[in-house]
Design a protein around this ligand. Structure first.
Ligand SMILES: Cc1cc2nc3c(=O)[nH]c(=O)nc-3n(C[C@H](O)[C@H](O)[C@H](O)COP(=O)(O)OP(=O)(O)OC[C@H]3O[C@@H](n4cnc5c(N)ncnc54)[C@H](O)[C@@H]3O)c2cc1C
Length: 590
């Protein structure tokens, strides 16, 4: 049983609360995307998700993929091709891609809404459009005009799909260890022969399209060691004359989840590839691709958290066990009361609801700032928007996926033993979500990025700008007495963050191991404050617009304040401890 009603009303509410019209639709590039148009697009995507992707979700999980070792070709379960064509015809494959090449050119918040809905409906399938948009973005920023002409239209219309080929057997997190080679063919300036093995390549082969474009990191013969010697290439499966390029899938992984998403071992056997950007500067193109991908992966936790919440709620509304501890609330004409009367069932559901809503708003806030950072006419506004995107993206990826996983687990708990069976499908969501904490840079790598790059940047400017926003919102919320619990809890959390940050700036600069030891807990602490901030924005908007669900919204905000935000105290304590509890051990003591 799958319960899912795409939360389009909630998405509209959040976009209104975050001033989408003023912040995004007013930008010249997005004049055709006012809120009504944006929501009409979201509704269309929601219908496609529910009608085409959701019915294939369990099918994909159970049937999995077919691999033919003779030809190296991979087939997805029946129905996936048809679903893919529906997305292509609806123009969803290139939703946020460049209009010059036939894409819709929609703003990122719509890409985020689509990612959430598509992931909830069918996470395996949703990974394919995500890769296409990421590759198109990287090519749009780094490829030559000729390359853009050749590849972009086909990618954004969905005629072809893309992959991202980074990982090798000896090189995962540490891309500096990469050994795939690129030798000039001597025929065209940008043409190379690519040789090496890549592993765990998502959608490395499939039967959805005739051609697949691989984005490959490799080393030129004269490359310096480490990440400074990595170049980026595009390697088509099928060449422009229709011949087969020498890149083959040699195996498929058996995985815990996402059974309908091919995870391929790829052998590049002197395959023809074309350099993207400058030699040895491939990491730049890779970061363009990765930055949006990190945001989208974080949203996977929101999508699967939401469908799990809806499932758990449907279960809880039906299930009767035990009696309410408050005699007045008992339904005496029934043998037992709904489990919704029990405080702990409510705690579990509200944990999931309040953090899922918060993470959705945080993701959309980043989507809005992405567009401001790219298209706002005022340079200072662009800079501040970019600061926000850089600071918050690692939180969305790491906290979004970790809390998403925990939320699915809490939703399973609400359903008791039934939640652990296949009947309610939460177990699939849990298996499918787990990988999101690992790929696109493990969650700890996000934390290292936060404390190692984002915090020190320009003497802490990113965090200072964030504080300014937060303080303005806190002051605005103080006008509303109903929000006192939220404001008070928020100020405590923000104070903890500042204390830890000051300490970290000192201790971390002297001893990088201290910084690394607390990085993950620091990221969680900052995530608490960032979520508190968007909750203040949502709650204040509900009050100031007298929203229909104002009372529920305020109660949920205050639940978040009193039951979730105090976690910031724990994260602070763990940060204060520093590295000793881990680093005091010798290697042979493990
Ligand atoms: C289903 C699936 C799909 C994937 N899709 C793709 C794809 O499409 N393209 C692609 O290129 N790759 C893909 N990957 C690979 C994925 O990106 C890597 O698994 C990920 O980057 C982590 O690398 P690793 O698995 O080698 O872990 P390792 O790098 O071996 O890390 C192991 C552990 O050590 C930690 N660690 C490593 N280095 C450090 C450090 N310096 N400091 C602190 N801790 C550290 C990590 O956080 C992790 O907990 C996929 C993987 C899977 C399982």
């Amino acid at each position: 049983m799958q319960y899912y009603d795409p939360p389009t009303q909630e998405m509209r509410f959040v976009l209104e609360a975050l001033n989408y019209e003023e912040e995004v639709a007013s930008l010249e590039k997005f004049q055709d995307f006012d809120l009504e148009t944006a929501m009409a697009i979201v509704d269309t995507m929601a219908n496609i998700g529910v009608e085409k992707l959701l019915p294939l979700n369990q099918v994909g999980d159970e049937e999995g993929l077919e691999f033919d070792p003779e030809t190296g070709s991979v087939s997805l379960p029946d129905g996936f091709r048809d679903a893919y064509q529906t997305l292509v015809e609806a123009g969803v494959m290139g939703l946020t891609g460049p209009v010059e090449y036939g894409a819709a050119g929609a703003p990122e918040p719509l890409g985020i809404c689509f990612t959430e809905i598509a992931t909830a409906c069918n996470k395996s399938f949703s990974m394919c459009p995500g890769l296409n948009l990421g590759l198109a973005d990287a090519l749009d920023h780094h490829a030559t005009e000729e390359q853009k002409e050749y590849y972009l239209e086909k990618l954004v219309t969905g005629e072809w799909t893309g992959t991202m080929c980074l990982t090798e057997p000896q090189c995962g997190t540490d891309l500096g260890l990469l050994t795939t080679k690129a030798e000039p063919t001597g025929e065209e300036d940008d043409e190379y022969e690519i040789s090496g093995t890549k592993i765990w390549i998502t959608f490395g082969d499939h039967n959805l399209t005739d051609n697949i474009i691989h984005f490959v990191l490799a080393r030129l013969p004269d490359a310096p060691e480490g990440t400074k010697g990595i170049s980026a290439f595009v390697v088509p499966k099928i060449m422009d004359d229709g011949s087969r390029n020498d890149v083959y899938v040699t195996g498929l992984e058996e995985k815990m989840g996402i059974h309908a998403s091919p995870t391929c071992t790829m052998s590049f056997e002197g395959a023809t590839g074309y350099l993207v950007g400058e030699p040895h500067k491939g990491m730049r193109a890779m970061f363009t691709l990765m930055n949006m991908a990190r945001l989208y992966v974080g949203i996977e936790g929101v999508g699967l958290g939401e469908i799990s919440y809806q499932t758990a709620l449907a279960f809880a509304e039906e299930r009767r066990q035990g009696r309410s501890l408050d005699k007045d609330k008992r339904q005496e004409d029934e043998d037992a009361d709904s489990i919704l009367v029990h405080p702990d069932v409510r705690r579990l559901l509200l944990n999931v609801k309040s953090t899922t809503q918060g993470l959705r708003a945080l993701g959309l806030s980043v989507g809005i700032e992405v567009e401001k950072s790219r298209h706002h006419p005022d340079e200072e506004v662009r800079q501040k928007a970019d600061d926000y995107v850089q600071l918050i993206t690692p939180l969305i990826k790491a906290f979004g996926t970790e809390r998403g996983f925990e939320n699915i687990s809490d939703a399973m708990q609400v359903c008791g033993g039934a939640g652990y069976t296949k009947d309610w499908n939460i177990e699939q969501y849990m298996r499918d979500e787990r990988i999101a904490m690992i790929y696109e840079g493990t969650n700890h790598v996000q934390a290292l990025d936060l404390i190692g790059r984002k915090l020190p940047k320009d003497n802490g400017r990113l965090l200072r700008n964030f504080q300014e926003r937060v303080m303005a919102e806190t002051e605005a919320c103080k006008e509303h007495d109903e929000l006192t619990p939220l404001v008070e809890a928020f100020e405590k959390a923000a104070g903890r963050l500042m204390e830890v940050t000051m300490n970290l700036a000192q201790v971390g600069a002297e001893d990088p191991e201290e910084g690394a030891a607390v990085a993950s807990n620091y990221l969680n602490l900052l995530a608490m404050v960032a979520l508190g901030h968007v909750w203040m924005q949502m709650a204040r908007h509900a009050i100031e617009t007298d929203a229909d669900d104002k009372e529920t919204r305020i109660k949920t905000a205050n639940y978040f304040a009193e039951m979730v935000l105090p976690e910031s105290g724990l994260y602070k304590k763990l940060c204060d401890v520093g590295k000793d509890p881990m680093m005091d051990f010798d290697l042979d003591e493990f």
